[in-house]
Design a protein around this ligand. Structure first.
Ligand code: FEO
Ligand code: CA
Ligand code: CA
Length: 640
């Protein structure tokens, strides 16, 4: 999701001082490293010729997709990219056929939602590593009204009914889809239409539980839920991950945007301000009092959490796990530590915000699945503090410690968790450059953090590598390093180790990318990074895509494009089958971003006049966000 929606309060957080703070940190880090490398004589790779580096071993062997922008998708030679499911296609067996011109909330809540984001694949049967049959969990992050609905109200529909219908269709198009999928006899993936697993979870009607230290707190109580243990819906679900016990963690990101009202009369107005509430991006608060803070002052406290969903049990309520803190969670990268405890990394996606990790008290139990359902309710939440010589300290956010007490407005651990951003401010966390996805690599126990950069310096995206001592994810001090830095304005793509790829036919350097957003580590420990340039795709001269990134050897930090999205889309959701022979990816908001800057179109893209009608290319159908399945034509491992 691009950042154009940020409100004025939030923009103040992006002060020049704040931006400068992180830049200085990096500059100092690089200078220090250079000095050390020079002293010990290892600073030679930067001076190697590209030809020398080309000959080095790679973790990937496909030919890169060329940079560019057009109305459709492109995948590396030798691969097939098929549409698995698109917005409006049936999820529930009895879903009506999609009719873009006559959308209803009743139909939408049985159909695939809008703007597919993170994807999780869970094999069937549970506990197996079956690469040909499983459940797909898909987040639907947000909706785009201009591209979703016809431009005019139907003549016969009353204005109030029309407004309510659009709002409820949007709600039903948010949340998650769970689908049973399998390979058919021809080896092609398809959805299983009448599967008992198929399910939609939406902010329109789905009831979720709230657990952990903030559950039941007075600040979690509303008129609908006077006990503070239940909430309708999950919102702005961005990235996520699969737990070792086969559940899916989904992150509530820009939840502030869904609220209307006036914060000046609110008892917690300074706290609201810190979270940019009310963001007023959607008009739901006009139709549903839950989204109006004047009517329901505590409702925003019930969003901004990590939600755990059990796709194997279609009757299980999803649970908001408050122990993991409340902020604009980009994602939730979980790893099983060597001692059995689980650690969840999560970043707060906004300029100048922080990186967090949660460490469970108890250990994972391989023999008792149910026992693991409480693992994310008890543990310690930490926030990261980085210094310029590569140290990373994890600071605990615990009530009664480090000033997190009544004197500073924290009356309980529930307060610390509901106001995680304020707690992190107080303990001295390090502001980061719009931290997005953060994913551990079980092969080397390093952790990758995506920093796309802010708009003004958007070409300076970075990927940091966090290194726990002896691979211990519960440790309180790590090292951090720069895996790569993107910089399209320079004459070379500046990786941590500089490379200088030859321009392709269009004169573009196809190894360049900007704005790293989501990422995934496949079964072999290889890193795949997706990009989201927002309105500014022109920055790189190419549409967004997914990139294979080298994480070891002398090519470390080098990248090549594997898949490119159609104009206006961003790339999200990489997920793999256990054999790494199928990759699932999400093409989000095709035909949306940057249409005005795209010379062949150069105007606003709308439902009736979209810049592309991908993937149907049918004049009666608007562009549709879709999940794409990528396989190698010869049946090999993706990326080989
Ligand atoms: Fe949902 Fe930060 O992207
Ligand atoms: Ca995104
Ligand atoms: Ca993102």
């Amino acid at each position: 999701m691009d950042v154009k929606h940020w409100d004025a309060d939030e923009e103040k957080r992006c002060s020049p001082e704040n931006i400068a703070a992180f830049s200085d940190l990096l500059k100092n880090r690089l200078q220090t490293e250079k000095a050390i490398n020079t002293a010990i004589g290892t600073d030679t790779l930067d001076n190697q010729s590209n030809e020398t580096l080309e000959a080095e071993a790679s973790m990937f062997s496909f030919e890169a997709v060329s940079a560019g922008v057009d109305g459709t998708h492109h995948v590396a030679k030798g691969y097939r990219a098929d549409i698995l499911i698109s917005w409006g296609d049936p999820v529930m067996g009895d879903a009506p056929e999609f009719d873009a011109n006559h959308q209803t909330p009743e139909a939408q809540e049985k159909q695939f939602g809008y703007n597919n984001d993170s994807i999780g694949f869970l094999p069937l049967p549970r506990g197996s590593k079956n690469p040909d049959h499983g459940l797909l969990v898909v987040n639907h992050e947000y909706t785009s009204r201009k591209l979703m609905f016809p431009d005019h109200k139907p003549k016969k529909e009353k204005k109030a009914d029309y407004g309510l219908r659009l709002c409820q269709v949007e709600m039903a198009a948010h949340g998650l889809s769970i689908l049973e999928i399998e390979k058919n006899r021809n080896g092609r993936w398809q959805t299983v239409r009448f599967s008992p697993y198929n399910r939609r979870i939406t902010p329109l009607r789905s009831v979720l539980d709230i657990s952990g230290p903030a559950a039941g707190d007075a600040r979690m109580q509303t008129k609908y839920d006077p006990d503070g243990f239940h909430v309708i819906g999950t919102l702005n679900n961005c990235a996520g991950s699969i737990t070792p016990w086969g559940t899916f963690l989904t992150a509530e990101e820009n939840f502030n945007g869904y609220f209307l009202g006036h914060k000046k009369d609110h008892p917690d107005r300074l706290k609201l301000k810190r979270y940019g509430i009310p963001g007023k991006w959607f008009d739901w608060g006009k139709h549903d009092s839950r989204f109006n803070i004047d009517m329901e002052p505590n409702e925003p406290n019930r969003f901004g959490w990590i939600v755990e969903v059990d796709p194997y049990n279609p009757n299980a309520r999803p649970v908001k796990r408050t122990a993991l803190g409340r902020f604009k969670h980009e994602g939730a990268g979980i790893v099983l530590n060597a001692d059995g405890r689980v650690v969840v990394y999560s970043a707060d996606d906004q300029q100048g915000e922080y990186l967090y990790k949660f460490v469970s008290y108890k250990a994972y139990d391989d023999h008792d699945r149910r026992a693991n359902f409480s693992l994310l309710d008890e543990g310690t939440l930490y926030v990261a503090k980085l210094d310029h010589i590569g140290n990373l300290d994890w600071l605990p956010l615990v009530y009664g410690h480090a000033g997190l007490n009544e004197e500073n407005g924290f009356n309980s651990q529930a307060d610390v968790l509901i106001d995680t951003r304020l707690a992190a401010d107080l303990v001295g966390a390090t502001p980061l450059d719009r931290p997005e996805d953060v994913v551990p690599n079980p092969e080397n126990n390093h952790v990758y953090l995506m920093l796309p950069g802010v708009e003004a310096r958007a070409n300076e995206g970075r990927i940091l590598e966090l290194i726990p001592p002896q691979g211990d994810h519960t440790a309180l001090q790590y090292r951090w390093d720069l895996l790569l830095q993107t910089n399209v304005k320079a004459t070379t793509h500046k990786h941590r180790r500089k490379t200088d790829p030859k321009p392709d036919k269009q004169g573009l350097k196809k190894d360049w990318f900007v704005a790293p957003d989501n990422c995934a580590v496949d079964g072999q420990g290889r890193l795949w990074v997706t990009t989201d340039q927002g309105e500014y795709w022109g920055r790189s001269g190419s549409a967004d895509g997914i990139w294979a990134v080298e994480t070891q050897g002398r090519k470390k930090g080098a990248a090549r494009m594997f898949f490119r999205v159609p104009v206006g889309a961003e790339m999200a959701g990489p997920a793999f089958t256990p054999d790494d022979k199928t990759m699932f990816i999400a093409v989000q908001h095709p035909g949306s971003d940057g249409a005005k800057d795209y010379p062949p179109f150069a105007r606003e893209s709308t439902f009736s006049d979209p810049v592309t009608r991908w993937p149907d290319f049918n004049s009666k159908q608007p562009p549709r966000p879709s999940v794409v399945v990528v396989v190698k034509k010869d049946g090999g491992v993706v990326g080989s």
